[in-house]
Design a binder for this molecule. Structure first.
Ligand SMILES: C[S@@+](CC[C@H](N)C(=O)[O-])C[C@H]1O[C@@H](n2cnc3c(N)ncnc32)[C@H](O)[C@@H]1O
Length: 1007
């Protein structure tokens, strides 16, 4: 066996530069996302949005370290087995998921001796054991009248034999993988046990001899760089990238400007990734704090009633004086409290005091529940009925909105002061407790608590006043001792809302008196604990559930619960909100040592991205491009509590959001600071290092910006992949697939290279063609062997872009302009830059290679975007594909203005074009993209034929409406014969045949 010789692979292209199973990675990344709270790092704080899927990071790290050999197909196979995507990996993952039931095996596979694996019980009376003993799979166990179980003596190895067979009966990767646990959920030694012999054999020439990912990564690092590789991320955020890089065996370097991000990254590496031995120590610390807080709150006597029941949640609403009647009106968008218990709040007029009593009714009638759905605030108005009259006042009027000197909207809400923590009597908005959810005394410490909802009693109000007294007496001291924030809210994109709509000016105004007490006690307990560092993370997590921004959630017929704040990335205030008692403490505890990391070296710094203190072999980043998330503002909410007396581990960080230094937006400043950051990373990377940048796939404008940045930073594009990371339902139009571009970059070779557009464009076309043809070739080979291609059209397109950019970014000057000057130059609106042109060229070069089978290339070249889009997608649908992101990507590539106009369904995984018969006349008018095209005319013609119009009439109309009819006739014929093959409905296929034949005949008749 060859010996491992350092630097043997120093200049070897990485696997990810040639092949990458983007479809499988996409599927697995989406599965990870869908796991929601069960994702590995989410337990540290779900308030952090945008953590990159770990499986994607793993694929990037491995793909960047593994070399290409001369057998691409084998390279890919080995890579997939290292990811747990191969048949054996899938079988093991499905087994652990216990995905296939014995009776499903019986119907899925052929098996001569099923009773070697299973035992049975006879349910039907007309069969005997002797008979059953002779049966062979396949059969339908239910129909046969037996139930089946695995035999007790059958172990996992035996089960695997059948799992392998059963999985082989599913055709697509997605069908198989949807039966599986995620690779990270399975015991790694067992999952990958069969892989190492093959890996070591494939890379034997380099001396690889590994038995775990960490060993393999270390050895690859030695081969490439002479040592274990270091992977860095200067925008580390929630820490996905450094965590996964470390988990797979790299040393990790992480930096972020934001101390909360650093804390989460620290938590990923040191809490989630802690050695198993530390688990009990962390658990003890958390338990002690929970007990301590419990004891303190019991001692204060503010959460229990006289019978020993304990409050779970307090429901509050705003209350305001109606200017019309002078009555105090509770502000409630809905009066429903608990759909499950049929609990509603009822408003009972109290004429003497000009206010409403609020009664809580359980088991309300259907009518009462229906009535309660509409509360006293809707459509921005306060609306209520009194003595048979409806009163309506806009909330704007209540607030006293008016135009300020700069044209901005101001209002007459009093701005709260530093020592305020409840409204003052004269304030427009008062706060009122209207219901309490109680836990019965007997079930307080039980795993299943018994709860009920009650109205507010005089005793409850006395306890409220007691809490307020405690806060009044202690607030200044707590602020001094940093047990409560004293920080002002800085106005900003999202922070403006609480200031404007409530008059809250300091962060602690976002918390009710009960929350201030609970949080102060919790912070005190954590400070005195043996592990305050864990406490800081736990408190941040807890804050997300304990502010007045937590709405009482009554969806889906449930019991009702207090929502968390950052279900989106804003500071939404509500008219009614819920305050959790200390009974929830346990739920904020963090599951620790979930995935112990191998012994690698990890460093975390709270620094700007343009100043890494360490060189890395790989930089993998996910920069804040055009980010909708105001990380800096969200950070301020947390650091208001956490910035002082910070634990030792976090002492060196700057506990400030440093808004001015945050990279954000898309303007000239953004580009300048990004170039700075990427130049610094390029400088802190050896010549054989590699960078991977992830960004959201948007339009060519995004490409142009990003490419300009990396180009100016001295990097050259070497590959690009498209990963569909998640689906969202945010857009009104229905599903929307969030695609991530994975751009791979290397250092550009030293020295100047000047190029001119005229010379670059042909080189671009050649490179794109070469790249796509190579990939199509590999596709054919893999498809022949495995039944499924590796790349879909989006991959091919993306590779086309990458090939073009590879050519472009090798230059340092284009048409006399230096790349840095190009990237820094402010953009004019609508300007088409050289990068735009090259990206477009690449798209066109790629698209012209992606001619659907059955369309002549000549015809294809003459079709505009919408026609190409429709035909291409018809072709794709004929293979059963229905992923919305394909439609999105092709619409972009073909520059379709609004592809949704030709879509019948925009569901993420069941997208579909409108069929010929689905189009209505307004879809096909001259003012629509499709209606103005030849294809649009043909669709109208086909619809007419289906409506029994005579073919010659249809032809006559085409002749009349298309001035160049004779010229385009061959093209129409070509499209019709394509539709004749591809249209899903028989009658449309026939109509296409008839119309096509008529058009052909015209030629024959010499007309
Ligand atoms: C898109 S997020 C990264 C998310 C991360 N990949 C994850 O998986 O959670 C971008 C990060 O960049 C950070 N950031 C913004 N400006 C920065 C700067 N100038 N230097 C370093 N980090 C910065 C933000 O704090 C944020 O955490």
């Amino acid at each position: 066996m060859a010996e491992l010789i350092p630097l043997t692979l120093q200049d070897a292209p990485a696997l990810i530069e040639g092949v990458f199973p983007a479809q499988k990675v996409s599927f697995e990344a989406q599965t990870e996302r869908k796991a929601g709270a069960a994702q590995t790092l989410t337990g540290l704080g779900s308030y952090w949005k945008g953590r990159k899927p770990l499986i994607l990071v793993r694929a990037i790290v491995l793909g960047s370290l593994l070399p290409q050999t001369d057998d691409h197909e084998k390279d890919l196979e080995i890579f997939e087995s290292l990811m747990g995507f191969d048949y054996e990996g899938l079988a093991r993952r499905a087994l652990i998921q216990n995905a296939i039931k014995p009776k499903d095996f019986a119907s899925l596979i052929a098996l001569g001796s099923p009773w070697d694996f299973f035992s049975y019980t006879i349910k039907a009376s007309d069969i005997s054991a002797e008979e059953v003993e002779t049966w062979e799979f396949p059969f339908d166990a239910d129909a046969k009248g037996i139930t089946m179980r695995w035999r007790r003596d059958i172990d996992d190895e035996n089960k695997l034999v059948l799992y392998r067979k059963a999985l082989a009966t599913f055709s697509s990767y997605e069908e198989k993988a949807s039966l599986c646990k995620r690779p990270e959920e399975v015991d790694q030694n067992w999952l990958y046990a069969p892989v190492w012999t093959r890996v070591n054999h494939h890379y034997a020439q380099f001396g690889i001899n590994a038995h775990s990912h960490a060993e393999l990564v270390e050895q690859l690092g030695i081969l490439r760089y002479g040592h274990r590789p270091r992977a860095g991320d200067t925008f580390s955020g929630g820490g996905s990238i450094p965590f996964e890089a470390a988990r797979v065996g790299c040393n990790a370097y992480a930096a972020d400007l934001n101390p909360i991000a650093c804390m989460l990254t620290w938590g990923a590496l040191n809490i989630i990734g802690a050695p198993k031995e530390q688990r009990s120590m962390y658990e003890d610390a958390q338990r002690e704090v929970t007990q301590q807080v419990d004891k303190e709150l019991i001692a204060l006597g503010v959460e229990h009633d006289d019978e020993g029941n304990r409050a779970k949640a307090y429901l509050y609403c705003l209350e305001t004086r109606c200017p019309e009647t002078g009555w105090m009106i509770p502000m409630l968008p809905s009066r429903i409290i608990s759909p499950k218990h049929g609990t509603v709040a009822k408003l009972i007029p109290d004429h003497a005091n000009k206010r409403f009593d609020m009664e809580v009714i359980n088991n309300a009638s259907n009518k009462e529940i229906k009535d309660a759905e509409t509360g006293t605030v809707h459509d921005g108005d306060l609306v209520y009925e009194l003595d048979g009259r409806t009163h309506r006042t806009p909330v704007k009027t209540l607030r006293g909105d008016y135009r300020g000197p700069q044209g901005n909207t101001l209002n007459r809400l009093r701005k709260w002061e530093k020592l305020d923590f409840i409204p003052r009597d004269e304030d427009i908005f008062q706060e009122r407790l209207y219901a309490i959810q109680w836990i019965t005394k007997a079930s307080i410490y039980e795993p299943r608590q018994v709860t009920c909802f009650c109205g507010v009693t005089a005793d409850d109000l006395a306890r409220e006043r007691k809490v307020e007294r405690i806060v009044a007496e202690n607030l200044a001291r707590w602020q001094n001792e940093s047990l409560t924030p004293d920080m002002e809210i800085e106005p900003g994109d999202k922070t403006d809302e609480p200031i404007r709509t409530r008059g809250w000016t300091h962060w602690h105004h976002l918390f009710s008196p009960r929350q201030l007490v609970l949080l102060a006690e919790t912070i005190r307990a954590w400070r005195n604990s043996t592990h305050p560092e864990l406490g800081w993370i736990a408190v941040a997590r807890m804050l997300n559930y304990n502010a007045k921004l937590c709405q009482w959630h009554t969806g889906q017929g449930g019991l009702g619960y207090p929502n968390h704040i950052f279900y989106n990335q804003a500071f939404n205030v509500f008219y009614n909100y819920a305050v959790r008692s200390s009974a929830w403490m346990k739920s904020y505890e963090i599951d620790t040592a979930i995935s112990p990391l191998p012994k690698v070296n990890n460093i975390i710094e709270n620094a700007t991205a343009n100043n890494p203190s360490l060189a890395c072999n790989l930089w993998i980043t996910d920069p804040p491009y055009a980010d909708a998330v105001n990380y800096h503002e969200i950070t301020e909410f947390f650091i208001a509590w956490l910035r002082k007396n910070v634990p030792e581990e976090f002492k060196d960080w700057t506990w400030d959001s440093r808004r001015a230094l945050a990279i954000k937006g898309i303007g000239d400043d953004f580009r300048r600071s990004m170039i700075d950051a990427y130049r610094a990373m390029a400088e802190n990377m050896p010549d054989d290092g590699m960078q991977c940048v992830m960004f959201t796939h948007q339009d060519t404008g995004v490409w142009s910006d990003m490419i300009g940045i990396f180009w100016a930073a001295g990097l050259q594009v070497v590959a690009a992949w498209y990963i569909a990371t998640e689906t969202t339902s945010e857009l009104k139009k229905g599903g929307y697939v969030q695609g991530t571009v994975i751009l791979m970059l290397r250092k550009r070779a030293a020295g100047d290279r000047a190029g001119f557009k005229q010379r670059i464009l042909p080189a671009v076309r050649t490179e794109v063609k070469h790249q796509i043809e190579t990939m199509m070739h590999l596709n054919d080979e893999v498809k022949d062997r495995m039944g499924e291609p590796v790349f879909n059209d989006s991959d091919l397109q993306m590779a086309g872009y990458a090939a073009a950019l590879k050519v472009l970014t090798a230059y340092t000057q284009i048409g006399g302009e230096d790349v840095t000057a190009f990237a820094m130059r402010p953009r004019q609106r609508g300007e088409v830059t050289v990068v735009d042109e090259i990206v477009q060229q690449a798209a066109e070069a790629a698209n012209s290679l992606l001619v659907p089978e059955g369309i002549a290339p000549d015809t294809w070249h003459k079709l505009n975007g919408i026609q190409r889009f429709y035909l291409r997608m018809m072709d794709m649908e004929s293979t059963g594909a229905s992923k919305l992101d394909n439609y999105q990507n092709f619409a972009k590539a073909f520059r379709v203005v609004d592809y949704t106009k030709v879509m019948a369904s925009m569901t993420a995984n069941k997208a579909q074009l409108k069929h010929v018969t689905d189009f209505v006349s307004r879809d096909l008018t001259e003012s629509t993209e499709l209606g103005a095209s030849w294809l649009g005319r043909l669709i109208i013609g086909l619809q007419q034929l289906l409506a029994e119009t005579e073919p010659q009439v249809v032809i006559g109309q085409l002749q009349a409406e298309l001035p160049d009819f004779m010229e385009v006739r061959p093209l129409l014929i070509d499209m019709l014969s394509f539709m004749e093959k591809m249209a899903p409905e028989d009658e449309v296929r026939q109509a296409a045949e008839v119309l096509g034949a008529r058009l052909r005949n015209l030629r024959a008749l010499g007309q």
